[in-house]
Design a protein around this ligand. Structure first.
Ligand code: ADP
Ligand code: MG
Length: 725
């Protein structure tokens, strides 16, 4: 089928399709299905001998080391439960640095000697797996002769059943490490960084008089934005298929100004999808709420309830898998790319985070008493220091070829990392900076720990949607992460830079009190120092404005515009010192991550560039030249009978065809260029040569889309994809 026929067929399909009702049955009460496919605490309590259950819980809740003795018993209980749930296979699920989720499936059943089959699942199989690691990126961590990698059970993240039409699978969340124990995944560092942060947070809590605080953990709740389009359109666009975004497409006449989409009515078809997706997520113990329409047409949001950040990261990955599956069942495609449609708002994944534990509750919640408030201010101050001192690393944690299309584009925070506190909290810190000056906004003098400290706001009042890091009353919201990325990277960075900041603050308070300063005065002094040294990162204004670009530069804040600018942050001496000091990454691991990120960046752009050259050559150019012939024939036949012919469209089309040819030739030349061997060479070439060459091709092609006869145009248009659901 030729390109345009394919497109017209897709439109036909969509127009005549009967939208499926929800597969969700109203009889499945949410209360009963929630977590029904999870090997949860309740299931373990019922199925494990008491001492074994207690031992597992001490690992999960108090971060005690896992007792290897219990593995066989847990494995056996897990197997029985999974078989009852119809599982035939088990899989160690891990999160390699491609950003995807990987699974190694094995059958529970092994042949018995007598021709029967027996279900086998030993403790050692639960605890450790050995997938073929050679196909996952390792950034030079594994020489090929030791290509093995191991998966190891993460007890803190619950196992679950993934339903499949041809047999269910017991999924066991695992870490993925090399033979020498180096991290090859996103999970290992998140666990390490939790531990580092917990240790320093505990020191601070002890200073505040909490004798035996529970392990502090970071909590994360991610708001996931996504697009839905009909699958017929999706499959008619090889660019979406190969790179997740449209590489061509003129802006629709009706674009975002079609603003009744935001919070507007959700199409019935989308609602049916949302019901089903929520139902599937509920079964997996992922409490997710689907949400209002987002700013762009065809764009929506889903936000799971916050959980411990390592579990939240796993659930976030699983959520993306489930959403894609369920959408396909409904004849739609769920698109997580940060910028699938040029000129239309992109998608982010706001990562809300807080710190806390069972005994202390949320440490970022201003309390009712001055003492609680002081503790809250200390944790806030830690965030301020962390964001200021390591803004470059935070930027780096959201760097990817795909997110580059969104960050700083007036729809997402700029690449400058600043922190928004809200008026009242900013005012409190202003006063702290002045050593406890008399407040003009609130009565009394703010001296930390004294009774006059005003009750701090839990409602931040106005929202600042332009800040990359905003205080929202009981948590911070990191708004820079892209919709496609794992939240593990940002959370590893957040945990680690908070470990450093809390360490610093604890050390300072300890030193002052050791010198005889009273505790309250010491806290006051340290807060004062933090805010005067790091207050430059606090910004409550409009992050999208041009003035902020200038002001941020004057304040000395880094402005790392692209991934190429941001990734080198990973291997600065300061970053290496930070991550290795807190035991999150070794220097070798940092270098490997840097290499992999560079490689992924180059790879993702070169895949797009190839796909673009192909589509331009085989679909767009033929459509344009056919139309050119049609126009030329028309002109010639008019001239032949002596009618004056208007050649303006022909001229315009011909000029654009010439531009398109030139663009394709340059793009192909850039693709064939010899750029040298290092990952930096490849990445720089991708960012500095391929991307601009792609822009030239697209500009000509999109202009042609406005001219070429509609019945010849090969690709479903933006208007078709975004407005027909
Ligand atoms: P918004 O007002 O930004 O739309 P919501 O109240 O819906 O936000 O919450 C957004 C996300 O923030 C959700 O995933 C939610 O679970 C998460 N969240 C709420 N409180 C906390 C907290 N204390 N720590 C971490 N995440 C939180
Ligand atoms: Mg939000």
């Amino acid at each position: 089928m030729s390109g345009s026929k394919h497109r017209l067929k897709a439109i036909e399909n969509v127009r005549t399709a009967v939208s499926p009702a929800s597969f969700w049955s109203i009889d499945d009460a949410p209360g009963e299905i929630f977590g029904s496919n999870v090997f949860s605490k309740a299931v373990m309590q019922k199925r494990l001998p008491k001492p074994v259950f207690k031992s597992v819980m001490s690992t999960i809740e108090q971060s005690m080391p896992l007792d290897p003795e219990i593995a066989d018993i847990v494995a056996s209980a897990m197997k029985d439960w999974a078989l009852e749930k119809g599982a035939t296979h088990y899989a160690h699920v891990f999160y390699p640095l491609t950003g995807l989720t990987a699974e190694k499936h094995d059958s529970f059943f092994e042949p018995g000697g007598d021709g029967s089959s027996i279900a086998e699942f030993a403790g050692k199989t639960l605890v450790q797996g050995e997938p073929d690691a050679s196909s996952f990126p390792n950034g030079g961590l594994r020489a090929t002769f030791e290509a093995r990698g191991y998966t190891g059970w993460d007890v803190t993240s619950p196992a679950y059943i993934l339903e499949n039409p041809n047999g269910n699978t017991l999924c066991i969340p695992t870490v993925f490490v090399s033979m020498t124990g180096e991290a090859l995944d996103h999970k290992t560092p998140i666990l390490r960084s939790q531990q580092a942060m917990a240790k320093q947070a505990e020191r601070v809590l002890k200073l505040f008089g909490h004798e035996e605080p529970d392990a502090v953990v970071s909590f994360a709740g991610a708001e996931q934005e996504y697009f839905l389009i009909d699958r017929s359109f999706f499959t008619a666009r090889t660019d979406l298929l190969s790179s997740g975004r449209t590489l061509f497409g003129a802006k629709p006449p009706k674009g975002q100004e079609f603003d009744d989409h935001y919070f507007g009515a959700i199409p019935e078809r989308v609602l049916a999808f949302m019901f089903d997706a929520e139902n599937e997520l509920f079964k997996l113990g992922i409490p997710a709420k689907t949400r209002h329409n987002e700013v762009a047409p065809g764009q929506f949001e889903i936000a799971p309830m916050f959980e411990r950040s390592n579990v939240a990261a796993d659930h976030q990955q699983l959520l993306m898998v489930i959403m894609k599956r369920v959408a396909q069942k409904h004849g739609m495609e769920c698109i997580f790319h940060e910028k699938p449609f040029d000129g239309i708002n992109g998608s982010g994944k706001h990562v809300n985070f807080s710190l806390g534990n069972a005994t202390e509750g949320n440490l970022l919640l201003p309390g009712d008493t001055p003492h609680e408030n002081a503790q809250f201010l200390v944790f806030c101050a830690a965030v301020i220091r962390a964001v200021h001192k390591f803004g470059g690393l935070l930027r780096c944690s959201v760097a990817s070829a795909t997110n580059d299309h969104r960050l700083g584009a007036n729809e997402a925070p700029p690449a400058i990392i600043s922190i928004f506190l809200g008026d009242q909290l900013a005012d409190v810190f202003d006063q702290v900076a002045k050593g406890g000056a008399t407040s003009s906004k609130e009565k009394g003098t703010i001296i930390i720990g004294a009774d006059t400290l005003p009750v701090l706001p839990t409602d931040p009042g106005d929202r600042n949607r332009t800040s990359p890091m905003a205080f929202t009353g009981n948590r911070f919201e990191f708004r820079a992460p892209g919709s496609l990325q794992s939240i593990a990277g940002p959370m590893v960075t957040i945990n680690t830079i908070l470990a450093e900041a809390l360490d610093h603050i604890a050390t300072e308070i300890e030193a002052l009190t050791a010198d005889g300063t009273g505790f309250d005065a010491a806290v006051q002094k340290v807060l004062e120092l933090v805010i005067s040294n790091h207050g430059a990162a606090v910004f409550n204004g409009d992050g999208y404005s041009d003035e902020w670009q200038d002001e941020a530069a004057a304040r000395g804040l880094p402005n790392l515009r692209t991934t190429l600018d941001a990734l080198p942050e990973l291997i600065t001496p300061e970053s290496i010192e930070l991550f290795s000091h807190y035991g999150v990454f070794t220097e070798r691991e940092m270098h490997s991550r840097y290499e992999i990120a560079m490689e992924q960046y180059a790879l993702s752009i070169s895949v797009e560039a190839k796909s673009m050259a192909e589509i331009a050559t085989t679909s767009i150019l033929p459509a344009a030249t056919r139309y050119q012939t049609e126009l030329a024939t028309n002109v010639a036949s008019l001239v032949a009978v002596g009618v004056e012919a208007d050649t303006s469209t022909l001229d315009e089309v011909s000029a654009l065809i010439a531009d398109l040819r030139t663009g394709i030739a340059s793009l192909k030349a850039a693709l064939g260029a010899d750029v040298g061997g290092s990952v930096e060479d490849e990445a720089t070439h991708a960012g500095k040569d391929l991307l601009p060459a792609m822009v030239a091709v697209r500009t000509a092609a999109d202009a042609l889309e406005h001219l070429v006869a509609d019945d010849l145009w090969p690709l479903p248009t933006y208007e078709e994809m975004l407005f027909i659901l």
